[in-house]
Design a binder for this molecule. Sequence first.
Ligand SMILES: [Zn+2]
Length: 234
Amino acid sequence: MAHDAMVRRLGENGAAIRRFVMDLIYPEGAVCRTCGRISGGDVLCPECAERLQRDGGLFAWARDDLEPDLPAYSLRLHDGIARQLILRLKHQAEACAARPLADLLIPLPDEPAFPPDTVVTWVTMPESRRRERFIDHGRILASATAEKLSLSCRQLIVRRETGERNQASLNRLDREKNLQHAFDPAERISFPVLLVDDVLTTGTTARRCADALRRGGAQRITVLTFTRASRSGL
Ligand SMILES: [Zn+2]
C-alpha cells in the first residue's frame, strides 16, 4: 500500500506516522491497540482480548500486604497485553487503553469488599511530568475503576514539586528517599480509600501515598494496581 512505501522512506519516525495514517484510514478504535490488526471497533482485536483474559497468571485479584494494614491487589503480571496497554496509556497518551484494563475488574471477587462511601483516588503525578506526557494515566485508571465499581473518584493526594527523579531508574532505598516528602493529603479523610495505580513494583510509592492518606485521617486503605512485577522485590 502507498502509505507503507511512504513510511519506509521516513525511517525512524515510520512507526508513529504509520499509526497516524492508520488512524486516518480507519476511524478511532477500529485498529487493535496492541497488534495493529483490524479490531472491528474495539480497543483490542478478539485474539488480543482473549490473551488479556488468559495471560498473566493471576486469575482473581492477587493480594500482597505492603504493610500489616495495607493490602494491595493486582490483576495481572506486568507482561504481555496488559503491559502493552499500560505502556500505550502512559507513554503514548492513548486513554482508550484503560478500557480493556478496567474490564478486568469484573467479575468482582468476594474480597475485597468496598463500602459504598469508598473514594477511589490515584498517585498524583508531578505537574512537570504530566505536562511532558500529555496524560495523567493514574487519574484515567482511577476514574475507569470508579465507574466499574460504582464508587466516586477524586484527587485525595497532593504532590509537591520536589525535583524528584523518576522512580523507574532507582533502586529500593533511593525510591524511599526520593518519595519521603512528596505527598500530602488534599482533604480530611473519614471514609475508606481505594488507591489505584498502573503497576506495583516495590510498593514504595503506594506506601508513601498511604502515609499521606493516613495523615489526612484515612483508616482503611486498599491498593489496587492493574499489573505487578514478579513477587520478588515487594
Ligand atoms: Zn490485536
